[in-house]
Design a protein around this ligand. Structure first.
Ligand code: 8ID
Ligand code: ZN
Length: 349
């Protein structure tokens, strides 16, 4: 049976990990078209840290329950829900809901719907045992994919899968991925390989280097060791990357990307470091005919496709499972860039 209250990780003001409190709050009621999901596992995305810190120009709900890589079981249906039933295994994503009626929703571009609601930012997210999700947007998780494996796909996987589509890199061409060792990055390397792209991975440290090479990155460049990253990427790719996915949380990567971009290629902006600006020289942007493309999560079909790669065994999230109670420690580790892959929280602990 569903309890009346539950423990949630809440913050009342922006700040650091010490602002996260475990509090007893009401179990929410699913409204029209919504379901209540009993969250079993949730990934912790760097977006959750940006939200905690208050990094972005978009104001967040306060107090806020963060989290948007949830995986769990449907335990209650709100009025009008037909596409899900009790007991279904679903993911709760950043895109909690969209209006369904605007020009963007009509074109399956729901992540740019002006009325979109983001889990763990504009509505309470997956850092609680019971979370509300819009039935149309909750992603069904196939039986063959465990909930802890599915969790990192619900944001990191979907996002990089869609961003790789936006990059327009053909099989056999090079994609450059700064931030490759993180939650998004280690999945981007795998989706890129599954799409027959060649990967230049940029990050730091031996642990991430070994991980990324084992996942199929042909070239690893350590941003703490390589003196001229632009030249190093150009050399490795024989003239520049055919596409770039910027996943690094350092603004530095945005200063460099246009430099290593192959003429005619696309740079996809995915990470959102606080206050970062695009550092490209307009002269080179123009004469190299570069494209800059923002990419914000993915639509419902991208979400299903991203999970299918996992079901087929082509993509395997690399993660450690930590108890729910360690969320503040995860933020500390993330702040220090010490996490290779993802941390997934076990809500039962
Ligand atoms: O829809 C979207 N656009 C979307 C979805 C999900 C997440 C965007 N994001 C954003 C997050 O808000 C965050 O800004 O993507 C960014 C990356 O999220 P993440 O993968 O969850 O972060 P992480 O696991 O901390 O990985 C970041 C990596 O960047 C490396 C770090 O070492 C770390 O592995 N890095 C840094 I810091 N500086 C670097 C540099 N100069 C660098 N890698 C290469 N070059
Ligand atoms: Zn995320």
């Amino acid at each position: 049976s569903i309890p009346a209250t539950q423990t949630a990780a809440v913050f009342h003001e922006h700040g650091g990990p010490e602002n996260v409190k475990f509090e007893e709050i009401a179990v929410p009621e699913p409204g029209q078209g919504e379901v209540l999901v009993n969250i079993k596992y949730t990934g912790v995305c760097h977006t959750d840290l940006h939200a905690l810190q208050g990094d972005w120009p978009l104001p967040a709900k306060l107090p806020l329950v963060g989290g948007h890589e949830g995986a769990g079981i449907v335990v209650k249906l709100g009025p009008g829900v037909t596409q899900l039933k009790l007991g279904d295994r679903v993911g709760v994503k950043w895109l909690n809901s969209s209006c369904g009626n605007c020009e963007y929703c009509m074109a399956s571009q729901e992540s740019i719907c002006p009325n979109a609601k983001f889990s763990g930012y504009l509505v309470d997210g997956s850092f609680q045992h019971y979370c509300v999700a819009n039935a149309a947007h909750a992603t069904k998780i196939p039986e063959s994919v465990s909930l802890e494996v599915a969790a990192p796909i619900m944001c990191a996987g979907i996002t990089v899968y869609r961003a790789l589509k936006e990059a327009g890199v053909h099989p056999g061409e090079w994609v450059c991925i700064p931030g490759a060792g993180g939650g998004l990055g280690h999945l981007a390397v795998q989706y890129a390989r599954a799409m027959s792209m060649r990967v230049v991975a940029i990050d730091t440290g031996v642990e991430k280097e070994e991980l990324l090479k084992s996942l199929g990155a042909e070239v690893f460049l350590d941003f703490k060791k390589v003196p001229d990253m632009v030249e190093a990427v150009k050399e490795a790719t024989n003239g520049g990357a055919h596409g770039t996915l910027v996943l690094s949380t350092s603004p530095k990567s945005y200063e460099q990307a246009a430099g290593w971009a192959r003429p005619g290629s696309t740079m996809v902006t995915v990470s959102m470091p606080a206050g970062a600006k695009l550092g490209a020289d307009i002269f080179w942007l123009t004469v190299k005919m570069l494209k800059v493309c923002g990419s914000h999560v993915g639509n419902r079909l991208d979400s299903c496709e991203a999970v299918e790669y996992v079901a087929r065994g082509q993509v395997k999230p690399v993660y450690k499972v930590w108890p729910f109670s360690t969320l503040p420690d995860v933020y500390h580790a993330m702040h220090e860039n010490k996490i290779a892959g993802r941390i997934v929280l076990d809500l039962s602990k």
